[in-house]
Design a protein around this ligand. Structure first.
Ligand code: FAD
Length: 460
């Protein structure tokens, strides 16, 4: 490998940025030469899906470029992180390892194992909980238990944030690092993030990965589209939301920076309508935060329903599930808004939030298919696939999660289309003039069957 001097290692996870990066800033402050590392583990239960891997690949290339411009080489490794790091510290003379934690249960357990291993080898370790505004360990109800309802959670977090000093986390991008000698470049291709079949080329039309592109997107959103966000965000034909979910998932921009910029706007904004828009946007950032806190408090819920009654096999329809699931995945259900949403997802790797709710409600309630099958499809096809937000979203719609929509509330996709796409622009964009296939099921009959199942298995 050829690193002779002792180095500080910055292990990047979901913090693919230079600015506001406590791990990177502290590594640079150590005075030793800095090397950046990324480990991709394809074998974990929720390893990134196809669309997400495409974004990750592009984002890592951008990060590698930005780091190289300030003299920091980046190495890529594939495998189980505990083993990869164990092997790496035998090859390189590492004195310190720094990283920003991912706030997900399995990652947090792994972090502890790796911390002990590195410390056992005499290597100093520093972790920073930078993926959320506040670490889950600092947020609980008066009785010491975790919040289960969003509104009191967010009120509590906002109150606490008034006294938090973010100056340690709002950090300018570093100008340069002490050079590393004997650097062997290592190609990102080793990670094999991209499928051999180039289906993902089309995603370039819809996403701009990388820190700088997304800092620009953030400032563009906050100067223009934030006005009217509170109302317009529900209309899928409009480009009214920030489009920052993938950037926030991969940490190309920090959630603290987003929060701080919104606070600055609020400090100067006097128009009550715009103030409301900013608060509405912040509340969505709050949902992201809530999703992480909920997953940490309920670590199995990425695969099990929070309300175990929902995992009773009788709760879900089993007849011909696979072909019905396939029709849903391909946007061939005969229900216009559902099909439009599923095609948007397949084509672009994104789906508007309101449409996500509608397609998820249709799958779990009208079709009676387990939410996990929908969550898995989203995982494979969403560019912004995020374990905490996806789990929360699916369990919320299915009615089995915390603060969930009542399970007996079933979206009517036709009414939703009339209300939120009144001129049919969104439907035309994704369905064109195509004749709709015959409807998979009668919406009303599917709804009634769902209510019967709820009476039998949930209410009982
Ligand atoms: C069934 C279902 C599955 C979902 N899966 C994901 C997922 O895998 N990854 C993901 O990031 N979001 C998920 N969401 C939440 C939401 O749909 C997306 O975050 C949003 O559509 C992204 O668009 P935007 O960045 O333009 O959002 P904006 O409206 O601009 O919101 C700003 C940011 O707030 C966060 N946010 C917004 N809404 C939510 C929400 N309901 N829950 C959690 N965070 C939110 C996102 O980070 C988003 O970028 C899901 C929602 C549902 C109903």
């Amino acid at each position: 490998m050829g690193f002779s001097a002792s180095v500080s290692l910055v292990w990047f996870h979901r913090d693919l940025r230079l600015q506001d990066n406590p791990a990177l800033a502290n590594a640079l402050a150590s005075g030793a030469p800095v090397i950046a590392l990324y480990i991709h583990d394809p074998m974990t239960q929720w390893a990134p899906g196809g669309a997400s891997r495409w974004y990750l690949h592009q984002s890592l290339l951008s990060l590698q470029n930005d780091l190289s411009a300030i003299g920091i080489p980046m190495i890529f490794r594939s495998g189980e992180p505990y083993e990869v790091l164990g092997e790496l510290i035998r090859q390189i003379n590492v004195n310190y390892v720094y990283w920003n934690q991912v706030i997900e249960p399995d990652r947090m357990v792994l972090d502890q194992r790796i911390n002990s291993m590195l410390q056992g080898e005499g290597i100093a370790v520093e972790n920073f909980p930078d993926d959320t505004l506040l670490p889950p360990s600092q947020v609980c109800k008066a009785d010491g238990t975790p919040f289960k309802v969003f509104t009191p959670f967010w009120r509590h977090v906002q109150r606490q944030l008034q006294t938090v000093d973010f100056s340690q986390r709002l950090i300018g991008a570093p100008a340069s690092a002490k050079a590393v000698i004997d650097y062997d470049p290592n190609s990102i291709e080793k990670l094999r993030l991209l499928d051999a079949n180039p289906w993902h080329e089309k995603l370039h039309n819809h996403w701009q990965p990388g820190e700088n592109a997304n800092l620009n997107r953030l400032s563009g959103f906050l100067t223009k589209r934030i006005n009217g966000y509170g109302h317009n965000r529900d209309f899928p034909a409009q480009e009214a939301t920030s489009g920052l979910s993938a950037a926030l998932h991969f940490g190309e921009i920090s959630v603290v920076r987003v929060y701080d910029l919104c606070q600055n706007l609020l400090n100067h904004e006097t128009n009550p309508v715009t103030r409301n828009d900013i608060h509405r946007f912040l509340a969505e950032i709050g949902w992201r935060e809530f999703a992480r806190h909920v997953l940490v408090a309920n670590p199995q819920t990425h695969s099990l329903s929070m309300n175990p009654k929902f995992d009773h096999p009788g709760m879900w329809e089993s007849d011909a599930q696979d072909s019905i699931l396939h029709s849903w995945q391909r946007g061939q259900t005969g229900v216009a808004l559902v099909d439009a949403g599923m095609r948007e997802l397949w084509e672009t790797g994104r789906m508007h939030n309101r449409v996500r709710m509608v397609v998820a409600s249709y799958l779990t309630k009208n079709l009676g298919i387990h939410w996990l099958k929908g969550a898995r499809w989203f995982w494979e096809t969403l560019v912004d696939a995020d374990l905490a937000s996806n789990t929360l979203g699916w369990q919320w719609v299915a009615g089995c999660g915390v603060g969930a929509a009542p399970y007996y509330r079933i979206f009517n996709p036709e009414l939703q289309a009339k209300k939120f796409d009144p001129r049919g622009e969104y439907l035309r964009r994704w369905l064109g003039d195509e004749l709709a296939p015959p409807s998979l099921i009668d919406l009303k009959a599917g709804r009634e069957r769902a209510l019967e199942r709820y009476n039998q298995f949930i209410r009982a």
